[in-house]
Ligand binder design. Structure first.
Ligand code: WA2
Length: 282
């Protein structure tokens, strides 16, 4: 084929891929900032006021009305840090027991409805969800520290003070891959250079958002009406030798060109990329 045509094709693929990657990254960044702001809202109006100015009804209404600010998210929720010594009092106050999260394979045979879940066995501490956006109401009363990915996120969020992302995993109820973003909520104003230990000690809860990656990337790409032209895949490449596909079809035909655009979702501990190919050979 003519060299000029190949060059032009390469250029087209690069610009289409970079544009889509930038859009996804920007939308993710926008929603991440709003989730951060929600963490500050809970800190100010729940922990910072006596009595609290936030209950489930207020949280549900506010998060529903501001959902447009958090593109790509399925829902947000707030989990409280509860120590073992506080559990009995906490459960009496709320009128429910802290539940254990069901694992992936259990969820196939067991209902995920919190009403039917088992109480959490004793632990040093818990992170039961006390407030949720309507769209994720099924996680209320579940101890988020009882799920591997959620637990790792909680520990990393509170020690760092930054927004942190999970590896892609099967979200509850959805039963397909998604990611969770977590911000810790602290009871005091921490210095920017506070140590991890100071941060852990000051932690009172965790504000998290879940992202249904396949349906949300689909929505984003749909807006660009490019689906006839290119095939897009999104990968978590944190483990370079074992990339995890977050979006895209199973089978791809090799059409010669491949362009990889970097994706920065704001958590330096995780790496993501977008891969683009033409659907048809020239
Ligand atoms: N949110 C929604 N669906 C889930 C999930 C989750 N975590 N985990 C598994 N499926 C309240 O980091 C604190 C949200 C966890 C935040």
């Amino acid at each position: 084929i003519n060299e000029g045509i190949v060059f032009k094709r390469k250029e087209t693929l690069t610009s289409m891929c970079d544009e889509r990657a930038r859009m996804l990254q920007d939308q993710f960044n926008v929603s991440m900032n709003h989730v951060h702001a929600l963490a500050i809202l809970v800190s100010t109006f729940h922990h910072g006021k006596q009595p609290t100015a936030i209950d489930q009804k207020t949280f549900g209404e506010y998060t529903k009305r501001t959902a447009f600010e958090r593109p790509l998210t399925t829902g947000v929720a707030y989990a409280l840090r509860v120590l073992q010594s506080e559990r009995e009092q906490f459960e009496k106050e709320h009128g429910w027991t802290i539940k254990k999260m069901v694992t992936e394979d259990q969820s196939l045979i067991q209902d995920c409805d919190p009403e039917h879940l088992d109480p959490s066995p004793p632990q040093d501490e818990y992170a039961p969800v006390i407030f949720s956006q309507e769209t994720v109401s099924h996680i209320v009363s579940i101890d988020m520290m009882s799920g591997k990915e959620d637990r790792e996120n909680i520990l990393r969020a509170r020690a760092s003070g930054k927004g942190v992302l999970t590896t892609p995993f099967n979200l509850l109820k959805l039963n397909h891959l998604g990611v969770v973003l977590t911000f810790a909520v602290y009871d005091t104003h921490l210095a920017l250079d506070a140590t991890p230990e100071q941060r852990i000690n000051a932690t009172v809860g965790y504000l998290g958002a879940s992202y249904d990656v396949p349906s949300l990337v689909e929505k984003l790409l749909h807006q660009l009406a490019s689906k006839q032209t290119i095939v897009v895949h999104v990968y978590d490449t944190t483990n370079k030798t074992k990339p995890i596909k977050m979006y895209g079809p199973k089978n791809v035909t090799d059409t010669g060109l491949l362009h990889i655009s970097n994706l920065d979702f704001g958590d330096p501990a995780r790496k993501h990329e977008m891969q683009c190919r033409f659907k048809q050979k020239p």
